[in-house]
Design a protein around this ligand. Structure first.
Ligand code: AMP
Length: 399
């Protein structure tokens, strides 16, 4: 076992997630997280053979130090020789990258240019690439883009109702995100219903801290709710999702907000947190609603579920058939309450929840949660790391 593994790297602005995965089976040999990388709280924790270990990282506090610590851990467990490639999760691939791509100097330059569209993510992704190039000079590195799966959307889904030259000259359009997750759960669902993926029609709901809904026609993304940035669409943990754009002018012109304050408010202080005035964590809100009858928690969850249902219903305009609705992400995989609330507002689509199956589908279990006379809904745990490992290997085989 594990003769060949891919090291998957997902670099955030102050964190670095890593997994060593067998691309064929998805089995994880070692995984972990380095976090608080810009402060003296920087730590690296990892799990190997069911043992979780944690260690502080030493100055200078940065991604290179985290990668160096990871290399030492890989050596300690005699794993370095098993790594055949490195796959990087890259958030924004713009229109240029609809497929995984071997990382070259030119690709790095493009990822850097695309930082205009993802200023919080692409620069961090690049730091991860550079740190890995230093540490693993002999290994090929592949970029797998979060936007790539949505590159099949038709123009009517990705062009905004704005002057067209903003798209032509500045690339302002819907790109969508969570692409690897939507792709993974669609592929899993196709295998569960025993149909070739290119004959499958799904609406997938990735519900975590960030949330997105995607319509998948004959296995391809044809519509998605996140836009130029991950702020559009349904309401999320701390992000507002869709609002009337004029609210921004009202806040600036009438209420004296700066552009930066509006940006902060829409991304960090809105959504479940902003409405409930309690928490962005779905579990905490469900508890507060049930145990304390907390009105803010109830309203936030009501809005959250209604907007998801409304978006799913509207996405049927992109499809001519619908095999199933798929739930994934931390909330989609674990919250029976959210799934039930969403599906109960989709009875016109023929959705009928099976209460027992819905309650049973959690903690990493896949399962169908609807009755036998209902259109199907499935819970499918996502595994973006496996997709990145698999696509990295496939790309290298093609070359
Ligand atoms: P993710 O971004 O996919 O890791 O999802 C994180 C979110 O999943 C958290 O903010 C929680 O709100 C939510 N979550 C995790 N477990 C549960 C649960 N058992 N019930 C409800 N929500 C959950």
């Amino acid at each position: 076992m594990f003769t060949e593994t891919t090291l998957v790297i997902n670099c955030g602005s102050s964190s670095l997630k890593f997994s060593l995965i067998c691309p064929q089976t998805g089995e994880t040999l070692l995984n972990g997280l380095a976090e608080c990388l810009s402060s003296n709280d920087a730590t690296l924790s990892y799990t190997f053979e069911n043992n979780k270990q944690s260690q502080p990282l030493l100055a200078p506090f940065n991604h290179q130090v985290a990668i160096n610590a990871l290399v030492a851990i890989l050596k300690q467990h005699h794993l370095v020789d098993k790594i055949t490639a490195i796959g990087h999760r890259i958030v924004h691939g713009g229109e240029k990258y609809g497929q995984p791509t071997i990382i070259t100097e030119a690709v790095k330059t493009e990822i850097d240019k695309l930082a205009q569209l993802a200023p919080l993510h692409n620069p961090a992704n690049l730091i991860g690439i550079q740190a890995c190039e230093q540490a693993f000079k002999h290994l090929p590195q592949v970029a797998v883009f979060d936007t790539a799966f949505h590159q099949t959307m038709p123009a009517k889904a990705y062009i905004y109702g704005l002057p067209y030259k903003l798209y032509q000259e500045h690339g302002i359009r819907r790109y969508g995100f969570h692409g690897t997750s939507h792709y993974f759960v669609a592929k899993q669902a196709a295998s569960l219903i025993n149909k070739p993926i290119d004959e499958c029609n799904f609406i997938s709901a990735h519900l975590g801290n960030g949330c997105s809904i995607t319509a998948i026609k004959n296995g391809k993304s044809v519509e998605t709710s996140l836009g130029l940035t991950p702020l559009e669409g349904v309401m999320m943990g701390t992000r507002s999702g869709d609002i009337d754009p004029s609210i921004v002018f009202h806040l600036v012109d009438q209420l004296g907000y700066s552009a930066e304050q509006v940006n902060q408010m829409l991304n960090k202080e809105s959504g479940l947190l902003g409405v409930s005035q309690l928490s962005n964590d779905c579990r905490a809100l469900e508890r507060a609603m049930v145990e304390d009858n907390h009105p803010g928690a109830k309203l936030a969850l009501d809005i959250f579920c209604y907007r998801i249902a409304k978006t799913i219903a509207s996405f049927t305009a992109s499809l001519t058939k619908l095999d199933a609705i798929i739930f994934t992400g931390g909330i989609g995989e674990n919250s029976a309450f959210v799934r039930e609330q969403v599906l109960s507002q989709l009875s016109l689509l023929g959705m009928k929840v099976d209460a027992d199956k819905n309650l049973a589908a959690r903690f990493g279990q896949s399962g169908k949660i609807t009755t036998t006379n209902s259109r199907a809904a499935w819970v499918i745990p996502t595994n973006e790391e496996w997709v990145i490992a698999e696509q990295t290997q496939q790309k290298l085989i093609q070359e």
